[in-house]
Design a binder for this molecule. Sequence first.
Ligand SMILES: C[S@@+](CC[C@H](N)C(=O)[O-])C[C@H]1O[C@@H](n2cnc3c(N)ncnc32)[C@H](O)[C@@H]1O
Length: 251
Amino acid sequence: MRAMARPDLADDLPEGTEKVQKVQAMFDAIAPRYDVVNRLMTFRMDVGWRRRTVRALALPPGSQVLDLACGTGDLCRELQSSGLRPIGMDLSFGMLAAARTDAPLAQADALALPVPDGSVAGVTCGFALRNLRALEPFFAELARVVRPGGRIGLLEVAEPSNRLLRWGHGVYFGKVVPVIGGLLSDPAAYRYLPRSVAYLPEPGRMLGMLADAGFTAVDRKLLSTGIAQLITATRSVTPAAEGPEAPGAPS
Ligand SMILES: C[S@@+](CC[C@H](N)C(=O)[O-])C[C@H]1O[C@@H](n2cnc3c(N)ncnc32)[C@H](O)[C@@H]1O
């Protein structure tokens, strides 16, 4: 990914196929303790953030929603509690095997979904943007599978803009989280995960990518003093590639 918000953290972070393989192996390894470390790390705030993500979709009950990079199924459970019909997909068999949900699950790469065009009403994706090989092909895949007028909710970590909060957040995620994660799970993984925030592009660029992919009403909300972010958008009724410039379009 280019145009990172935190190039200072980016040294030695893998890219391309190497990144995909390392991320998959890492989540396979940390899957059994993932939930407990997550709740501890975020003081359970992650539960409220997922609830807010599902609410922000504002889809009618019964709508089919893909939860991409579903991990252990937290968002799938939240979607079901709201009367929606989730299908969870993740690259890591380890995470899928540790999932606690009765939603249908499938092993799939979020950049090449085994799903027909325009076939779902919505997509959620929690804490995975920085784990993907690249964001532009991911957003293009979202635009392909979500029907016109459908909604997406992308939840991700963020860094507070307030300098003092950012310093405290940096100490906590840079020093404390690797210790907690190392004691309870895999030390290398919990050293890598806080650094992986460096993959995220500047917010404005990320929102621009979504608009270019064919989404409107693109919005970003900061959660809990800016330590998490929720990006929402609506699939345009007019596909990006068939906008006013498309051949045959009225001028
Ligand atoms: C930090 S976990 C988040 C899990 C879950 N969404 C949650 O809210 O707890 C990131 C997940 O992204 C998955 N992942 C990473 N790259 C992926 C890809 N290319 N396609 C699908 N899932 C992927 C990982 O296997 C992992 O389960």
